[in-house]
Design a protein around this ligand. Structure first.
Ligand SMILES: CC(C)(COP(=O)(O)OP(=O)(O)OC[C@H]1O[C@@H](n2cnc3c(N)ncnc32)[C@H](O)[C@@H]1OP(=O)(O)O)[C@@H](O)C(=O)NCCC(=O)NCCS
Length: 243
């Protein structure tokens, strides 16, 4: 994919997305507990129940921040309050805007540890993944279990120093691809190299790597960085978010 990629920018006051653009939002998921409550209130009942069932408080809080940020951001594009956003899910759980919005906006979200990456585009499905590059991960088991002999051979050719990053490139690429077509990991065994959509690695701060899979017609990728999730509520930006 030869799309131009912007530097990370702060949240713009007006959000307009062109058909040939993708907007990428990097979100920090490390809020104070007061902020978590503010975000929790933006979730619908089903999402709040899901958060309550998650294994640990940390995981639940990250889910709440990511999902509420998704609602806040979609709300800005659609000029709606976060709780007016209706989502529907395909049979593998991929969320999308409900058809009642009559909007061409497509999105995909990924999270890893304290970061999330949200990709938005128009008309064409997209998939995104983000992974924390864990220096201690023993990745050989994952490689043997999930990747083809061709993929493994490719990695072996890299120097040991480059192999870990190579593994994460492979992993984020495959996951972004599978998320683009909405299958998720169950699609992995049948995944062939011929199925690859154009993709772009996204360098991220603080030891994370992202990958975006999207159509070849994309000309520009605009990147926005939200270091404090509270800033999604800034006065002047959130007039249409009040209930
Ligand atoms: C999608 C999937 C690859 C996510 O893997 P992960 O590394 O845990 O998570 P990521 O951070 O990359 O992505 C999670 C986000 O992807 C989105 N997502 C969920 N299912 C998806 C799918 N099938 N395709 C694309 N995106 C999906 C959601 O926005 C989700 O965020 P949420 O958990 O806050 O709702 C994995 O959960 C999967 O394979 N799911 C589909 C199969 C399945 O479990 N189906 C049964 C549920 S109905």
């Amino acid at each position: 994919m030869t799309a131009e990629i912007s530097l990370w920018q702060p949240i713009p006051s007006q959000l307009i997305i062109k058909r040939s653009d993708v907007h990428l939002w990097a979100l920090s998921l490390t809020p104070s507990s007061a902020v978590v409550e503010r975000f929790r209130a933006l979730l619908n009942q089903e999402e709040q129940l899901r958060a309550a069932k998650l294994a640990t408080q940390d995981i639940a809080e990250r889910f709440i921040i990511a999902r509420a940020s998704l609602r806040l951001i979609l709300g800005r594009y659609l000029q709606l309050k976060p709780n007016q956003i209706l989502l529907h899910y395909n049979d593998q759980g991929k969320p999308a805007l409900d058809s009642c919005h009559q909007s061409p906006l497509c999105f995909n979200l990924a999270h890893s540890h304290n970061q999330a990456l949200l990709a938005l585009g128009c008309y064409d499905e997209l998939g995104v993944d983000i992974e924390y590059l864990d220096p201690a991960l023993d990745y050989q088991g994952i490689l043997d279990r999930y990747f083809s002999a061709l993929d493994r051979e490719g990695l072996k050719r890299l120097s040991p120093l480059r192999r870990r990053r190579g593994f994460y490139r492979l992993w984020t690429s495959r996951e972004a691809q599978l998320k683009r077509n909405g299958q998720g990991l169950p699609g992995l065994p049948a995944f062939g190299h011929a199925d690859l959509a154009p993709q772009r690695y996204i360098p991220l701060p603080d030891g994370y790597l992202g990958c975006l899979a999207v159509s070849s017609g994309i000309k520009q990728i605009q990147r926005f960085r939200v270091t404090e999730s509270e800033s999604l509520f800034l006065p002047g930006h959130d007039h249409h978010l009040r209930r």
